[in-house]
Design a protein around this ligand. Structure first.
Ligand code: WTA
Length: 635
């Protein structure tokens, strides 16, 4: 039996039991057998959820890039580490070997050092999905600097607040980026952000779109000439296990985004371990995660997890609908992708289009399909399973959060039987607990409550950058001695978990708790419906009532709206019960979404409640224009 690579259900249960009964031994063995350490740890784990203080592998020394790069050079220097698939399918793809990646990271590390970046400094990276993004992150890690990647769809204001929060010394950006048939002026956006960021000394600029941009003397430097001159060797900085590796911002239900701080050794072990098992990666598979590196999924499952396992990871610069809706399937066919990992929102968008986009491609290389980021509705799950996996690839519905560092609850392909909409079982080392509102644990099966984790795992964030009190208040104060996820979940009769959505989205109607996700699932099953979101709005008698915002498929748009409303409610009555029927159903052409594809329910709740003059900040929306349309057609 190998703790590191689980191959069957029986083995999963054995490994899981060990991880709970002897957690230090379990993680100690995994760490010992699968990574390169410069010094062994003194103690595997020290923890206290009251403070909170979590330390993994204290006393150990390492550099994560030696584990991502150098150690693979003995046996697989010529193996492709990164396949870069550009936005324009006519631009040739690039295959970057481990050797070449290692050299480019060393060069970049020398550039960082020459520009005054030292161990512990914070570096903001604002780049689209190009190889330099991966190289910049790894170079930061090699010199011991802390990267703070800001998703390249964020505005100047968002970049500025993140730079100032972490006092970044440098920004790494490009002259611009390609996105479908558009170009985006990344440097211009950075220039505006930097109007009020006193800590920034240097801006390194990658040449990507060859646009004519303004370079501010003394501050802005082209990366290319500096790279040309730099040496291809760089001795990695030897880091302590708990030295920070990166900061990554995530929005809370209130207030400023939280800079989640991840540290070196624990994150490394957890990202590598979960990647190996959740995707059942075997050499020489080609793995593709279509997320953006600007999110935790991209950090852990495009960069660190795959590279730590010596995998080939595909980096895709483009979008699913350029040049047309077949692009994903085209990329899978072209590079013979074996594991594909994407978001339910992408699946739903593609499922709306004609199946011929899929059918023209050979997807037979696929072995495992994954989803992440939000609950996947049953209809989308089946569409993905039937049309992309051809009923032959396990679909792993993976649940985790920026705070977690890596996947927490997920099937293990070829081991865990899957059920649509269930993230199924906790990965080894993860001890979930469901709690009621009064702080009591709900024991046994067939219960639903607030999802907590009762024991530390190596990948968990250690603090919120610069605000440990907020870290404690947000995650460790609601339930004693528990990490509180903010999500609701149910545990079914077999012990499988289904994530029902954020608990702040739970709507109580006539005293009944209704999760939005399961109702939306049912609505989306209606053949005329493409996507939906429901929110609660105040009701005199029931406390709350349900308001549904529904996007119709083209076929649905021809139908009589009144009849459609009746049919949808009838379906809900049948599947969940009359209590879950919607009071109002508004048909709309779009839903307000954050740049990571999440529906911004806060805005929908306000509209549903008629509070259209206090919608709050909508500047982080991907599609702010839909808000007015929804207001204008409000019921
Ligand atoms: C939600 C994304 C249901 C959940 C990796 C969580 C999910 C939040 C799933 C974290 C899933 C993520 N099923 N819900 N498989 N995966 N979520 O920090 O509400 O961007 O708390 O990390 O996404 O979002 P974040």
């Amino acid at each position: 039996m190998s703790n590191y690579h689980i191959k069957g259900l029986e083995e999963y249960f054995q490994v899981y039991r060990k991880s709970v009964n002897q957690p230090e031994q379990f993680w100690g063995e995994i760490a010992e057998e699968n990574f390169l350490w410069r010094k062994r740890w003194d103690k595997v784990l020290k923890w206290d959820f009251e403070k909170p203080e979590i330390k993994w592998f204290e006393g150990a020394q390492l550099n994560i890039t030696e584990n991502c790069l150098d150690r693979h050079l003995y046996a697989s220097a010529d193996k492709t580490a990164i396949i870069f698939e550009p936005n324009d399918p006519l631009e040739p793809a690039q295959h970057i070997t481990y050797q070449e990646l290692q050299e480019r990271v060393c060069k970049f590390s020398n550039v960082l050092q020459d520009q005054g970046i030292k161990r512990g400094d914070r570096v903001c990276i604002y780049l689209s999905m190009i190889p330099e993004l991966a190289i910049a992150m790894l170079a930061c890690a090699r010199v011991g600097a802390v990267h703070s990647v800001v998703f390249a769809g964020f505005s100047s204001t968002a970049i500025r607040s993140r730079i100032n929060d972490a006092n970044c010394k440098m920004v790494i950006t490009s002259d611009g980026s390609y996105r479908g048939n558009k170009t985006i002026d990344l440097k211009g956006i950075v220039d505006v952000a930097l109007e009020d960021t006193p800590s920034i000394e240097t801006v390194l600029v990658v040449k990507r779109i060859k646009s004519d941009i303004h370079m501010r003397p003394n501050r802005d430097k082209w990366l290319e000439p500096l790279m040309e001159e730099a040496s291809t060797t760089f001795t990695p900085e030897i880091m302590n296990a708990e030295d920070p590796l990166f900061v990554l911002y995530t929005s809370g239900s209130t207030g400023q985004p939280k800079g989640m701080l991840h540290t070196t050794a624990g994150y490394m072990v957890y990202a590598a371990y979960t990647f190996k098992n959740v995707f059942q990666y075997n050499q020489p598979d080609v793995y593709w995660c279509s997320a953006d590196v600007g999110w935790i999924t991209g950090h852990s499952y495009i960069i660190y997890g795959p590279l730590l396992n010596g995998a080939t990871t595909l980096l895709f610069e483009g979008v699913p609908n350029f040049p047309d809706y077949s692009r994903f399937w085209d990329v899978i066919d072209k590079h013979k992708v074996n594991q594909f990992y994407t978001a339910p929102t992408a699946i739903r968008a593609l499922a709306k289009e004609n199946l011929s986009y899929v059918e023209n491609h050979d997807l037979s290389s696929l072995k495992v399909l994954g989803t992440v980021g939000e609950p996947i509705n049953e209809e989308a799950w089946h569409w993905y399973n039937d049309n992309i996996g051809k009923n032959n690839c396990p679909v792993v519905d993976t649940w985790f959060q920026t705070e977690n560092g890596g996947i927490m609850i997920s099937p293990i392909p070829f081991a865990t039987p899957t059920i649509p909409t269930f993230a199924t079982l906790p990965l080894p080392g993860i001890q979930p607990a469901l709690m009621d509102e009064n702080g009591n644990e709900l024991l046994g099966n067939q219960v639903s409550g607030r999802l907590c984790i009762r024991f530390p795992w190596p990948g968990m964030a250690r603090t919120i950058y610069g605000d440990h009190k907020r870290f404690k208040d947000t995650y460790f104060s609601t339930f004693k001695n528990m990490y509180f996820t903010g999500d609701g979940a149910l545990r079914d009769a077999t012990g499988y978990y289904r994530i029902t959505g954020r608990v702040d989205d739970v709507i109580i109607v006539s005293g009944h708790n209704l999760g939005t996700a399961p109702i939306e699932d049912v609505i989306n099953e209606h053949p005329a419906v493409a996507e939906s979101a429901i929110v609660g709005f105040p009701h005199d008698i029931k406390g709350n009532s349900l308001y549904g915002f529904v996007i119709l498929k083209e076929s649905g748009e021809q139908r009589d709206p009144q009849n459609l409303r009746k049919e949808i409610n009838q379906l809900i009555s049948e599947r969940i019960g009359p209590i879950a029927k919607m009071e109002k159903i508004q048909f709309t052409n779009g839903l307000p979404k954050t740049r990571s594809g999440k529906i911004m329910r806060r805005i929908l709740r306000k509209i549903a409640a008629g509070e259209i003059n206090s919608l709050g900040d909508s500047s982080t929306l991907l599609n702010p224009e839909v808000v007015q349309e929804i207001i204008d057609t409000r019921l």
